[in-house]
Design a protein around this ligand. Structure first.
Ligand SMILES: [Zn+2]
Length: 390
């Protein structure tokens, strides 16, 4: 079946629907103060389509009116040592690849500015970050964070590197957004442009099935990301995977507008992505059946299941589990989540320190990349439950 929408990345009308998940929470990353508020949190439909031309996946039912980033948004991953060391490596790579001494770096959607500070550590390197959720003191040392969306005002100064991590997948018109970024670059500047986001190939091929969430309009692969940048007038230099294949990166500039380098790096074939997408619904149903059975056994024996990681994946998983998920105890190391409730299901998030008293028989690690780190924390608390990456 062809959709009535054109591809958000390449503009093709060859868009095919492949998965419908009704009434999922609109904000997986907004936890609620009470269970009552959590179960009535706003919901929307996921109606995923894939472009037969570039492999781009996006939510055909996405309604930007439902999504407004407001106070209470907490998706900082910096509490994980694994993620923190990855961010440090990534910043070091950017500093090595682009001589950032006496340069100026702009970060779009910089959160609280942690990554921007890492990138701007060369002598004389300054930075400007933009994020409406910024709530701290400005860091100083040449780094300023504007608590607003990027593009509200012209940049007004030359820039050498523009970076943006985990934001483009939230934007309802990514080509228009990239055009807006281009317009904000002052004449005479020729910055390198680095973007990072979740990798759709990982979600479709490597079991990242809980990554499909309402907050993400788009799921990019190397090909669709290149198409998006090229249509917006950038020259695409390279795309590559990081973080065990879970993230996708792109580097581009404005020197040869609209071109795509012939040696982009490994880019999945569109036909492969279309095939994977077609099987996703069945794969998801099979996994849910399997976990519902296991949860029911543990519930019957009076035990509980720790669902470790109350981010997008954990919240999606608990919601799709339905009633069978009630024996799940959401756990997170981020203290800002403790005592709050999961949107949709209403469970209360606990700290790892609370686990020893709860009769935990099984620990599900919602992102398998953290399994070793979490198994260490579980054992350190004297819990001998099985620890499984989901
Ligand atoms: Zn496309």
């Amino acid at each position: 079946m062809s959709g009535d929408r054109v591809c958000l990345a390449c503009g093709s009308s060859e868009v095919e629907r492949f998965l419908h998940l009704p009434e999922v929470p609109v904000f997986c990353n907004v936890l609620l103060p009470t269970a009552e508020e959590a179960v009535v949190a706003p919901r929307g439909d996921l109606d995923l389509g894939i472009c037969r031309s570039c492999g781009h996946v996006f939510n055909l039912a996405y309604d930007p009116e439902l999504v407004r980033y407001a106070e209470g948004y907490e998706n900082s991953l910096h509490h994980s040592p694994r993620f923190q060391s990855y961010a440090e490596e990534l910043a070091a790579e950017l500093r090595d690849r682009h001589d950032l001494t006496d340069s100026h770096v702009v970060e779009i959607a910089c959160g609280q500015g942690d990554f921007l500070k890492l990138v701007c550590s060369e002598p004389g390197c300054t930075g400007t970050g933009f994020d409406p959720s910024f709530r701290g003191e400005n860091p100083g040392k040449g780094i300023t964070i504007e608590p607003e969306y990027f593009g509200a005002r012209p940049l007004g100064r030359t820039v050498d590197l523009i970076c943006c991590r985990h934001a483009l997948e939230h934007i309802d018109e990514p080509v228009e957004f990239m055009e807006m970024v281009k317009k904000a670059i002052p004449a005479g500047s020729s910055p390198a442009v680095f973007f990072e986001m979740p990798n759709s190939l990982y979600s479709l091929r490597d079991g990242g099935v809980w990554d499909f969430i309402y907050e993400h309009v788009s799921y990019f692969c190397g090909r669709s990301l290149s198409a998006c940048f090229s249509r917006a007038g950038y020259s695409v230099r390279r795309t590559w995977e990081t973080f065990a294949g879970q993230f996708l990166c792109i580097e581009a500039d404005l020197e040869d507008a609209g071109s795509i380098a012939p040696d982009l790096g490994p880019v999945p074939e569109t036909a492969e992505l279309v095939g994977l997408a077609a099987g996703l619904g069945e794969q998801m149903a099979g996994l849910l059946d399997q976990w519902r059975g296991r949860f029911a056994e543990i519930a019957a024996a009076g035990g509980k299941v720790a669902v470790w990681g109350v981010g997008s994946k954990g919240v999606t998983f608990l919601n799709l589990m339905g009633d069978a998920g009630a024996v799940g105890v959401p756990v997170d190391i981020n203290p800002q989540k403790h005592g709050l409730h999961v949107p949709g299901t209403g469970q209360r998030v606990v700290a790892p320190e609370n686990l020893p008293d709860l009769g935990i028989r099984l620990v599900l690690v919602m992102n398998p990349v953290y399994t070793a780190e979490i198994e260490g924390m579980v054992r350190a608390r004297g819990i001998d439950a099985e620890v499984v990456g989901v």
